[in-house]
Write a protein of this length. Structure first.
Length: 123
C-alpha cells in the first residue's frame, strides 16, 4: 500500500502533539475557518460561507466537549464558546459578517493565552 508522504507526515505530527499543542492547533483551525468565511462573505459565496461557518461551529462543539467541569474556568470557557456559536449562527442566518472579525480577535487572544500556558507548563 502506497502512502502519500505528506499525509503520513501530517498524521505523525498530530499523533506526537502534546494536549497543549493540540489545543493550539484546534484554535488555529478555527481562526482559519472564520477567516475563510470572511473571504467568502467578501466574494458573496453563500455555499462557502455556510461550509466554513458550519465547520467553525463543529470545532467549537469539540472544544466544548473537551471541557472538564471540575474546574471553574471550564464554566467560563463554556460561556465564551456559547457566545462564539451564537455570533457564528447569526452571521450564517443573516449573512452578515460584521461580528466575525471581533470573534476572530477574541479567539486569537484565547489561543495566545493557551500557548503561553503551554510554554510555562513545559519549562
Amino acid at each position: 500500500m502506497t502512502t502519500n508522504p505528506y499525509q503520513a507526515y501530517k498524521q505523525q505530527s498530530v499523533m506526537t502533539m502534546t494536549p497543549g499543542q493540540m489545543l493550539i492547533a484546534v484554535f488555529d483551525e478555527l481562526i482559519k475557518q472564520l477567516s475563510l468565511a470572511q473571504l467568502a462573505f467578501e466574494n458573496s459565496d453563500i455555499a462557502e460561507i455556510n461550509r466554513t461557518l458550519q465547520k467553525s461551529q463543529h470545532i467549537i462543539s469539540e472544544l466544548k466537549a473537551s471541557l472538564n467541569f471540575d474546574y471553574e474556568i471550564s464554566n467560563n470557557l463554556n460561556d465564551i464558546y456559547n457566545f462564539f456559536n451564537r455570533v457564528i449562527i447569526n452571521a450564517n442566518i443573516k449573512k452578515d459578517s460584521s461580528e466575525i472579525a471581533e470573534v476572530i480577535g477574541m479567539i486569537q487572544e484565547l489561543r495566545d493565552a493557551f500557548s503561553e500556558a503551554n510554554k510555562l507548563t513545559r519549562s
